[in-house]
Design a protein around this ligand. Structure first.
Ligand SMILES: *Cc1c(COP(=O)(O)O)cnc(C)c1O
Length: 363
């Protein structure tokens, strides 16, 4: 077996220990004589799996008791619609911060539903090279919620602070930074995330929602999008993404075993520093993101020459460093270095970058 270092933004690397554990249980889970994939979601064996997954996540993220944890389907993109449909009835309007492509899509989705939504800040004119500073006076006092994307996967930016929205619930798309470091859940009304970046294979969407926010759903609401229904049914109103939840549980266990999110954060800080320190001390590559908005999970850089960028990604792939091509909308390179990427992978990438710069002088 020859595993590569996979820098894909998502679906992305999973911890090798998790994959091996899953493989060892693939055909026969414990004593039950069948695979997790074959189990009824109502069976005691499966109930233990989903209950453990929730318990472990609550432990890992220190989720307060007045928050519900939902294991859903449809991806983060489905939540772009579910968020307004579940919350807008509080006041009839909502505020959005557009700091990249996904937050832009979330804003458009709410607009498409015909709601009174306002973009209160955007860094579009700066090519999204940083996240906006949000202050209370920018927010409409009667907004139902304020929506942000906490880590911008495509541009490689992240909030270095939690915006203070006062009594107005803060809703955050955390798809690409969830469980990468501790976060004070009580500062948010809703946190949601697609699993395939940092948590599990694709197919699972996590929603963490404060209980008092479950009472504002639209009346003509598709049942599958209604958080309250899902909460009342323990995420089992219908068949949940059973196997992906099991995989998420293994990932939570992997982090808990290493000491939790403080330890995970220390590893991630160190790992990202290997790459950023190199970028800051050379002049071949350009890192476009402003320093105070840098993401620990997605690191973007360019050579300044589109042909060289292309050559970089293709030669890196040949050297076992896969999926370094930037998002199709921005070009350049992007190294996604989520929890499962070992430090050795980032070190190998830096070695490759040095060798490439030497072998390909710019005119
Ligand atoms: C990948 C991503 C999405 C889209 O997720 P899907 O699960 O594919 O719908 C949304 N927001 C962010 C921040 C992402 O990184």
């Amino acid at each position: 077996m020859n595993r590569v270092y996979n820098f894909s933004a998502g679906p992305s690397m999973l911890p090798l220990e998790v994959l091996e554990k899953a493989a060892s249980e693939l055909v026969c889970y414990g004593e039950c004589g069948m695979s997790v994939m074959e189990m009824s979601h109502r069976s005691p064996d499966y109930e233990a799996i989903i209950n453990d997954a929730e318990k472990m996540l609550r432990d890992l993220m220190n989720i307060p008791d007045n928050y519900k944890v939902l294991f859903l389907q449809g991806g983060a993109s489905t939540q772009f619609a579910a968020v307004p449909l579940n919350l807008i009835k509080r006041t009839g309007k909502a505020d959005y911060v557009v700091s990249g492509q996904f937050s832009g899509k979330a804003f458009k989705e709410a607009q498409k539903l015909g709601y009174d939504v306002k973009c209160i800040a955007t860094t579009k004119d700066d090519n999204f090279d940083h996240v906006p500073v949000i202050t209370k006076d920018m927010i409409r006092p009667d907004a139902s919620y304020v929506h942000i994307c906490f880590n911008n996967t495509i541009y490689g930016t992240k909030y270095g602070y939690i915006p203070d929205t006062g009594d107005i619930p803060l809703v955050a798309d955390m798809s690409s930074c969830i469980i990468s470091e501790p976060v004070d859940v009580s500062k948010f009304g809703v946190i949601y995330a697609g699993a395939q970046k940092n948590m599990a294979p694709a197919g699972l969407t996590l929603v963490i929602v404060r209980e008092d926010l479950l009472d504002y759903a639209e009346e003509k609401m598709p049942t599958m999008l209604e958080w309250k229904t899902m909460a009342e049914n323990g995420s089992m109103y219908n068949t949940p993404p059973c196997y992906t939840i099991y995989m998420a549980k293994l990932v939570y266990e992997w982090i808990l075993d290493m000491g939790g999110l403080e330890v995970m954060k220390a590893r991630n800080v160190e790992k990202a520093a290997v790459l950023y320190d190199y970028l800051d001390n050379q002049n071949y590559y350009i890192a476009p993101v402003k320093k105070d908005s840098r993401s620990m999970m997605n690191v973007t850089f360019v050579t300044g020459d589109a042909d060289l960028d292309k050559k970089f990604a293709s030669e890196a792939a040949k050297a076992g460093l896969k999926n370094l091509k930037g998002h199709r909308s921005v070009g350049g390179m992007r190294a996604s270095i989520y929890n499962a990427m070992p430090r050795a992978g980032v070190e190998k990438l830096v070695e490759f970058m040095k060798a490439f710069a030497e072998a390909n002088p710019k005119n």
